[in-house]
Design a protein around this ligand. Structure first.
Ligand code: V47
Ligand code: SF4
Length: 366
């Protein structure tokens, strides 16, 4: 009855009713809802699903980001980060990276490693890095490399995907972050990252990882030249794979940031678009347990707001160790939080802060 008064459109009313009843919506229904429902309706639905799945908990972890290099064999048009040979950049030695881990002591439970696709470093180079990290911190979780980095280093080491993933697991890889998914639609993908692996290759790598018992994350890069149809198609391909494997931990929308890259002329989408995208991802991805707001990219204030639009995860404390978003124009040029800051940010909006490990086991409730 109340829905009828608010929605005033039978088709949308039926979709809203289905979601409230806990039923799955189709691609067509997702597109209709996205295009026609008010922000307040999307917020109500996303919040309802978040509450059913996670109560008032907001998860975070204590992590360090290591970005081994910004040299990259690719040149994605949205990327502000990569430097080609001869241009200014960095290349950490293994010793540099080990020092970064040592400096953190037991302040972290996870090391997240993502960087450019270095032309020369192969799987064994990184494998030995994992071994060195585990030698000093056997309990630390290593979450490393986007799909495109893994497929490149496996090829360089003359292994197929399955062999490469198994070898990385044997060296100490515990999970894989969600980057490199960008947008699966091939036409759009060709325009924004023409040389990168295809969307289907990204999905195949994640599927193989799940089969080998390696959990992974998933992302979308939104807010460039893609349409609502492309966004829902992206969600749908992830939902289908999650139905098959159940191997995804979390979905992370990544907002295209415009500074210092080839797509700057596009500008950035509005906060309302951000909120709708997060809410729709929570509504459509009914088989994902968690939706993450990656605060160094979207900002702390909007991350807090997104807790009312489906989000239940704030990534981690980061420790000022990522440049991907500061170079692309994120507000926070030195992203770092200690545990107390993180807990306050969550409690200030009336939610319950929960420290988790990398696969969502609860470590401490505040
Ligand atoms: O794949 C690059 C994106 C990703 C820009 O799994 C950009 O927990 C916006 O995947 N504007 C890498 N986005 C980062 C990533 C990630 C980050 C945090 C947590 C996790 C996780 C994964 O960054 C790339 C690309 O999609 N990206 N440039 C840009 N200008
Ligand atoms: Fe390289 Fe990743 Fe940037 Fe693409 S997004 S150019 S693969 S660092």
């Amino acid at each position: 009855m109340i829905i009828k008064e608010i929605v005033k459109d039978t088709e949308i009313e039926n979709i809203v009713g289905k979601i409230i009843d806990g039923k799955r919506i189709s691609v067509e229904e997702g597109i209709l809802l996205y295009k026609n429902a008010d922000l307040s309706i999307l917020g109500y639905l996303a919040n309802l699903i978040r509450e059913r799945k996670n109560g008032d908990k907001v998860y975070f972890n204590r992590n360090l980001h290591i970005e081994p290099t910004n040299q990259c064999v690719y040149a994605c048009k949205f990327c502000s980060y990569y430097r080609k040979k001869g241009e200014e950049g960095w290349e950490f030695s293994r010793e540099d990276m080990i020092r970064q881990v040592k400096e953190m002591g037991d302040q972290i439970t996870e090391v997240h490693i993502v960087g450019g696709v270095h032309p020369k470093w192969d799987l064994h180079y990184y494998g030995e890095l994992f071994q060195d990290i585990k030698a000093i911190r056997p309990d630390v979780h290593i979450k490393a490399f986007t799909a495109v980095e893994i497929s490149y280093i496996a090829k360089r080491s003359k292994m197929n995907l399955r062999e490469g993933l198994q070898a990385l697991k044997d060296y100490g890889l515990d999970s894989i972050p969600g980057g490199g998914a960008e947008i699966f639609d091939e036409e759009i993908r060709q325009k924004v990252c023409p040389h990168k692996d295809t969307g289907e290759q990204w999905l195949e790598l994640h599927k193989t990882a799940h089969e080998l018992g390696i959990p992974t994350n998933a992302t979308i890069l939104y807010g460039h030249i893609e349409s609502i149809e492309h966004r829902i198609d992206h969600f749908n391909r992830l939902r289908e794979l999650q139905d098959q494997t159940g191997g995804f931990n979390v979905f992370i929308p990544l907002k295209y940031k415009m500074e210092n890259n080839e797509l700057s002329y596009l500008g950035e989408v509005s906060v309302v678009d951000d909120i709708k995208l997060y809410a729709m991802s929570r509504i459509f991805l009914d088989n994902f347990n968690h939706i993450k707001a990656y605060w160094p990219m979207i900002g702390k204030d909007i991350s807090q707001l997104l807790l009312s639009f489906g989000v239940d995860d704030f990534d981690g404390t980061i420790n000022d160790s990522t440049k991907i978003y500061s170079l692309a124009g994120a507000e926070d040029q030195s992203p770092s939080m200690n545990t107390a800051n993180m807990v306050k940010m969550i409690e200030d909006v009336g939610r319950k802060a929960v420290e988790r490990d990398s696969v969502y086991n609860i470590l401490k409730e505040y």
